[in-house]
Design a protein around this ligand. Structure first.
Ligand code: SDX
Length: 429
């Protein structure tokens, strides 16, 4: 805890003393809300890399130490001991559930997994080759049209039910989007299966034969959902909060988060990593890939490397790297891309360009190799990320709804356009 409680800023002939907020952990934050009034100045921070947008008790990251806590619990302990649904409860409620609380939450989620039949025709409106993230983003936004009983944001029970519905239905919609894209009939959720097995059943069960669920696959996917569940004020979560700050309904907020996650600089990186590894192809091409990544003119980046906050190993990447070897071993999968990935990681971590810039593998670097081994198609990788991150998105949305300091998000700018000028008639231009 820092003992810094105020700072004084000199601005020309003016001087202003600003309060400093300090949380349980992390950097002290200077409250600049009085700055414009007292000095006439705004602050500039492209990408908000040094700006706290809110106070939150959900997740803490220490980028230098490579620490990630969900409600105070270290990610490696949750990965080792918990389940995705238990982590979703923890993120939303702030405490691990006791047996009765978990049973009630699990029952609620299990009994809200069906999607409205009309959503099937919504999906049928897409081309078969539509990216599943397009179908997920559109379908989730449409949920507000089906569930009018969870749109009164002043009612805590309606807010809670919206969160439960999103966690429950997103795997159903994701699997339906996949089945639609390959021309298979949609599979209804089975209540006798756990959260992840139910999703795998909806993804892969075909009418002609029963699906034999592999516990190794279910366990691996559950762990990946835990690791992707939340990550503080990342781009997609900040998007959910910004949309939420206008009073938009939770389905619209999460749909906006899905759209933000889609970008290759964010959640779309896992799909981009696999395409990059396939493009590199063999370990002997790794050196040339490293050289391209270092050449600014090439426009090529090592996808799955670098992070806005982690300037050390992403703790999730460390867990996923170990898991990759275990899962591929247990499944008897020998993927040559794993050797390419390991060679790429080894070469980058020894190269000054990456070391100086503190670029380490992030959560997306190895996850695609596991998804591939689990027979998840590449274009569904970011959808997997979205399923896990929905727990974090709804937890942040719920936290924002009762935050007394929450206000509509409205950043300012540095205006670089034309100064005031008069209109000229066209014949005088
Ligand atoms: C996620 O915020 C979160 O928490 C996100 C996330 C979550 O759980 O929500 O963790 C999930 O989005 C992980 C990141 C996935 N994205 C990728 O793997 C895409 C590849 N990575 C980069 O595009 C980049 O590293 C970012 C976007 C992740 C971070 O960008 P920053 O912090 O803005 O870094 P930067 O662009 O300012 O780069 C700093 C330097 C630059 O070189 P210089 O100008 O100093 O010479 O590092 C270079 C960059 O060119 N650089 C890279 C690189 N990433 C940064 N060079 C080569 N390959 C890379 N991957």
């Amino acid at each position: 805890m820092s003992d810094l409680d105020q700072v004084t800023l000199g601005a020309g002939d003016k001087s202003v003393t600003l309060p400093v907020h300090t949380g349980t952990l992390g950097n002290p934050c200077i409250d600049i809300s009085r700055l414009p009034k007292e000095t006439g100045c705004f602050t500039y921070d492209a990408g908000f890399t040094a700006t706290a947008s809110c106070k939150s008790a959900i997740t803490y990251i220490d980028g230098d130490a490579g620490v990630l806590l969900y409600r105070g619990y270290p990610i490696d302990q949750l990965a080792e001991n918990s389940s995705f649904l238990e982590v979703a409860y923890l993120l939303i409620n702030g405490e691990l559930p006791d047996a009765k609380q978990f049973e009630a939450f699990s029952h609620d989620v299990t009994h809200h997994t069906m999607m409205h039949e009309a959503l099937k025709s919504f999906l049928n409106g897409f081309r078969h080759d539509a990216h599943p993230m397009a179908m997920l983003c559109g379908s989730v936004a449409s949920l507000s049209a089906f569930y009018h009983d969870t749109l009164d944001l002043n009612d805590p029970e309606q807010r809670r039910m919206a969160a439960v519905r999103l966690i429950a239905k997103i795997p159903t919609i994701a699997a339906a989007a996949y089945r639609y894209s390959i021309g298979w009939p949609i599979r209804y959720p089975r209540n006798n299966l756990d959260y992840v097995s139910r999703f795998l059943h909806m993804m892969f069960e075909v009418p002609s034969e029963p699906l034999e669920l592999n516990p190794v696959v279910a366990k691996a996917l559950d762990l990946l959902f835990i690791l992707h569940a939340d990550h503080e004020q990342n781009a997609s979560t900040s998007t959910v909060r910004l949309v939420g700050s206008t009073g938009a309904n939770p389905y619209a907020c999460v749909s906006a988060g899905i759209a933000a996650l889609w970008g290759p600089a964010h959640g779309g990186a896992n799909e981009a990593v696999l395409k990059m590894l396939e493009e590199i192809g063999t370990p002997d091409k790794v050196e040339s890939a490293i050289a391209r990544a270092k050449d600014k003119e090439s426009g090529f980046r090592l996808m799955g490397f670098g992070h806005r906050v982690y300037k050390n190993f992403d703790p999730r990447a460390r867990i996923i790297r170990e898991m990759t070897h275990k899962v591929l071993g247990e499944l008897g999968v020998d993927d040559p891309l794993l050797e390419v990935a390991m060679k790429l990681e080894e070469a980058a971590l020894k190269d000054d360009y990456f070391v100086e810039r503190k670029l380490y593998p992030n959560v997306d670097f190895y996850s695609g190799i596991i998804y591939k081994a689990l027979k998840i198609p590449t274009e569904m990788f970011t959808v997997m990320f979205a399923i896990g991150r929905t727990a974090g998105w709804v937890a942040h949305w719920l936290e924002q709804q009762t935050d007394p300091e929450a206000k509509i998000g409205r950043p300012r700018q540095i205006y670089t356009g034309a100064d005031t000028r008069d209109y000229l008639a066209i014949d005088r231009r």
